[in-house]
Design a protein around this ligand. Structure first.
Ligand code: COA
Length: 107
């Protein structure tokens, strides 16, 4: 993958989750483009651990991500992990704005 990094979560040789982090791709800051936990493995804290790892290993002090307003799971996770709302983007998915969040490594 060009200019990117994939964080993976493995357990007993099974890939349970991954995060795609694009280095310096969002106004010069790292951006978590995708975070996905296997359906059977959700609510075990794995998504939170991958997000923490993304923050800890980011190449920028501040790291961003985004999710649709309708994605209650991701919004709940970001709130739990103390990410801050940066803003709302209209015009991507009709009637479902994209919410942008950020977190600082030093927090
Ligand atoms: C969003 C996602 C990554 C969360 O991963 P996860 O491993 O289940 O998250 P965690 O177990 O770390 O959740 C930690 C906290 O987040 C919140 N949360 C997670 N899923 C939630 C849900 N479905 N509804 C409400 N809150 C939720 C809760 O506060 C949860 O803590 P709790 O379980 O003690 O209540 C997972 O649901 C997923 O892969 N979804 C499909 C892909 C996706 O939409 N990715 C995000 C956009 S790229």
């Amino acid at each position: 993958m060009l200019a990117g990094e994939v964080l993976i979560f493995e357990e007993r040789g099974r890939l349970l989750a991954y995060a795609v982090v694009r280095s310096k791709s969002f106004f010069g800051r790292d951006f978590v483009e995708l975070l996905c936990v296997g359906t059977e493995e959700r609510r075990r804290g794995i998504g939170g651990r991958l997000l923490d790892e993304a923050v800890a290993t980011a190449s920028s002090e501040r790291i961003f991500t985004s999710t649709n307003e309708s994605n209650t799971a991701m919004r709940g996770l970001l709130q739990r992990q103390r990410w801050h709302l940066s803003g709302k983007l209209e015009g991507m998915d009709e009637h479902d704005p994209e919410l942008v969040f950020y977190r600082d490594a030093s927090e």
